[in-house]
Design a protein around this ligand. Structure first.
Ligand SMILES: [Zn+2]
Length: 286
């Protein structure tokens, strides 16, 4: 009986190992970093008249409710907080009228939600805002240890006189002693293209949107206040309170082109329907 050459057994297993190596290399080449997106409840706003959010007049006299989320992004290189809500000082109380007919309230604090994940405010590495209105900067002063990534134009506008009804309840001061990364346009937060701030002015001079590339959910766009509702988006309605109508429309064009190109999931931050579709905290989108 002829001995079976060893190579006839060895070859298939060598081939299998080689194929496994090639497969893992291929996976590594397009693997997204392990990123998690948490949506936190940072309040709600009830309005007796939504007229300020549509200059066509279609919302005149109509009441509405807006969600006020904050978002935590956990990236292998650090934690980013996107928007900081109305402010924990409102929690547990009846809320406050920011302006006649505009009522804000907070059910649970941002700090306690972060604590659920074992995170202290001082653990947040990066802080960024869609823009500097009071419903996005309420807890900003908790994060003096973070690096603040700020649009230069937004900071300049926000530190000037603010027209009602967007005056801060608590003035934002922590940036004065925080580490600052000043930007003029788009920025790649972690340097790998997975989390990008995209300049989309119009609502305010330095308004921006957050673009994420999640490993399983794919592209996600957090709208900031580019849109306040799904109807705003579908009908391209420009809020009366925006500082620049033409810039708003150009930003909408840019946003929609990106959303189409990347088949992105769009989250309109102030639309409770979009927030309700996200995994309920402490679950996350991945
Ligand atoms: Zn807002």
């Amino acid at each position: 009986m002829r001995p079976v050459p060893r190579s006839s057994h060895a070859m298939p297993s060598l081939l299998a190992v080689l194929l496994l190596c090639l497969a893992s290399l291929a996976r590594g080449a397009d693997a997204s970093p392990d990123i998690r997106l948490y949506a936190l409840d940072c309040g709600r706003i009830e309005l007796s008249d939504m007229r300020m959010f549509d200059d066509s007049g279609a919302l005149d006299g109509k009441p509405g409710t807006m969600s006020v989320p904050c978002f935590l992004i956990r990236h292998p290189k650090g934690l980013l907080l996107w928007d900081t809500g109305l402010g924990d000082s409102l929690a547990g109380g009846p809320g406050v009228d920011f302006h006649p007919g505009v009522h804000g309230s907070v059910r649970t604090t941002l700090a306690s939600q972060l604590a659920t994940l074992g995170i202290e405010p001082a653990d947040i590495d990066y802080l960024a805002f869609s823009h500097w209105h009071l419903d996005h900067t309420g807890n900003a002063n908790l994060f003096g240890h973070a690096t603040w990534i700020l649009q230069r134009r937004e900071l300049a506008a926000a530190t000037g006189p603010t027209p009602p009804p967007f005056e801060a309840l608590t003035p934002v001061v922590a940036y004065r002693s925080a580490k600052l990364r000043m930007i003029d346009g788009d920025a790649d937060v972690f340097g790998d293209g997975s989390v990008r701030l995209l300049s989309m002015p119009g609502h305010t001079p330095g308004h921006q949107v957050l673009e994420l590339r999640l490993p399983q959910a794919g592209a996600v766009l957090l709208s900031g206040d580019l849109y306040h509702s799904r109807e705003n988006r579908r009908l391209r309605r420009v809020p009366r309170v925006n500082v620049d109508r033409a810039a708003t429309l150009a930003s909408m064009d840019r946003f929609e082109a990106l959303a189409r190109r990347d088949h992105a999931r769009v989250v309109i931050q102030h639309d409770p329907r979009d927030i309700a579709l996200l995994p309920r905290f402490p679950a996350y989108l991945h």
